[in-house]
Design a protein around this ligand. Structure first.
Ligand code: BG6
Length: 303
């Protein structure tokens, strides 16, 4: 995208001292949002929130020190939008993992400064001939991101066609943690989960989730709240969800992350993905004219 495109975005959607569009070195366009409550960056590619830092605090969202900012590649970190399928495609091995929404360029719809001091951006992804080859349905996908003391993200799937379709999806959030070996996730106790590092074995969670090896699980839950408890940073990250009855907890650990070009040695220790999903038996059917809303909100609390 050209310098003129950035200038046009600033002319149409820029808000003085609140929302500015810039181009990264790799050529991605990023909206920088800042207000008295927090700062955040959102890439137009994938409508991907890259970071969110509440005022006076430490970053809550993690982005890899080895992240690659280039067209057609999802940035390692932030909040990738996995849609219209989560994980590998059910039948087509060649189709991209986690769908195509995370690597498409979304369009800006609106930027608004709200009276409570927070700032909202709305972005839209429409189907085109290329995405229809991968997924032959008529849909509009909207992402609303509200940057304030809380970070709230709403992902709306609208069926604009005349046949029902099914989606699996995720707001694949990478959280910054002091040391994944020292943190725990509370709120998933006693829930059944699918263990992807053990051939999809079904197990039941006993106590809070803790980390001492590669972890890749789909918890089947009822939505609601879960919490990352981080003694090293003396904070809790409170995660609320709506429109989701499954949660993915993922950390690649050492061996897998070393094999990733955009991760860097040892970086896995500083991150933990807790993803609000519609995955496995929590797939959602969207009827013609209907919509599904997946919503997350994150806030910090002290220990
Ligand atoms: C998680 C999946 O959601 O995303 C993992 O459960 C996967 O299996 C991970 O490895 C990262 O995926 P990607 O495509 O961004 O490397």
């Amino acid at each position: 995208m050209s310098t003129e495109a950035v200038a046009e975005l600033n002319a149409c959607f820029g808000i003085r001292e609140r929302v500015t569009f810039k181009q990264t070195e790799g050529g991605l366009i990023v909206a920088e949002v800042g207000n008295a409550q927090a700062t955040a960056r959102i890439a137009l590619q994938g409508a991907q929130v890259l970071d969110w830092t509440p005022a006076g605090g430490q970053p809550v969202i993690w982005v890899s020190p080895g992240a690659i900012y280039t067209a057609g590649k999802s940035v390692r970190g932030g909040v990738p939008v996995c849609w219209p399928w989560f994980g590998p495609h059910a039948t087509e091995a060649e189709s991209p993992a986690h769908g195509f929404a995370r690597t498409q360029c979304w369009e800006m719809v609106q930027a608004q400064q709200l009276s409570d001091g927070s700032t909202t951006l709305s972005l839209r992804l429409l189907q085109d001939a290329n995405t229809r080859l991968l997924w032959p349905h008529d849909a509009e996908l909207l992402l609303l991101v509200n940057v304030g003391r809380r970070l709230q993200i709403d992902l709306l799937t609208r069926n604009t066609g005349d046949e029902a379709f099914t989606v699996t999806q995720a707001l694949h959030t990478y959280f910054a943690v002091s040391d994944v070996r020292e943190v725990s996730v509370q709120g998933l106790e006693d829930l059944p989960y699918i263990d992807k590092v053990d051939d999809g074995a079904r197990r039941v969670q006993s106590g809070p989730v803790t980390f001492s090896a590669e972890t890749d699980r789909i918890y089947l839950d009822q939505g609601g709240e879960c919490v990352i408890h981080d003694p090293g940073l003396q904070r809790r990250i409170v995660i609320r969800r709506e429109g989701s009855r499954s949660t993915v907890v993922w950390n690649p650990w050492m061996e897998k992350s070393v094999a990733m070009a955009d991760m860097g040695e040892g970086a896995y220790r500083g991150m933990l993905c807790v993803e609000a999903t519609n995955a496995a038996e929590d797939a959602v059917v969207v009827e013609p004219g209907g919509e599904h809303r997946l919503q997350v909100s994150y806030r910090l609390a002290s220990l």
